[in-house]
Design a protein around this ligand. Structure first.
Ligand code: THU
Length: 132
């Protein structure tokens, strides 16, 4: 499944809109059905309005009618060789709520040496809906 997700993320990476940073990130989310939903980073001249690939992919899943339980795993990819696309803090927080603490996130760049972490490893001591 890793190969399918990587292939989907590589294809989607071409759709990244990153004219300011030129840092192209894509994200592939595997659904229980076997389908894959992708997302890319989309930047804006008003920089803070940029959305990361991970949130783009998660929001696409929800906007398509899928929920946490329908999502199996996530792969994050950048076409670079000199850095890994570790998810930012905002995306980690959104993963907790929309993806799930026990799910796997695989992070890989063009060198192809994937690292896999649970969401709960990426964001310990979480603030969740249960905290409210
Ligand atoms: N970015 C992502 O899309 N995901 C990450 O995991 C890290 C950062 C984007 C945001 C921005 O468009 C560019 O990468 C540089 O920060």
């Amino acid at each position: 499944m890793y190969e399918r997700m990587l292939e989907a993320a590589k294809k989607a990476n071409e759709l990244s809109y990153a004219p300011y940073s030129n840092y192209r990130v894509s994200c592939a989310i595997l659904l229980k059905s076997g389908n894959i939903i992708t997302g890319v980073n989309i930047e804006n001249a008003s920089f803070s309005l940029t959305i990361c690939a991970e949130r783009c992919a998660l929001f696409r899943c929800y906007a398509s009618g899928y929920k946490k339980d329908d999502l199996v795993s996530m792969l994050i990819y950048t076409n670079r060789e000199d850095s890994m696309p570790y998810p930012c803090g905002a995306c980690r927080q959104v993963m907790v709520e929309l993806f799930g603490l026990d799910k796997d996130v695989t992070i890989v760049n063009d060198l192809g040496r994937p690292e896999t972490y649970k969401v709960k490893e990426l964001i310990p001591m979480t603030f969740t809906e249960e905290s409210l």
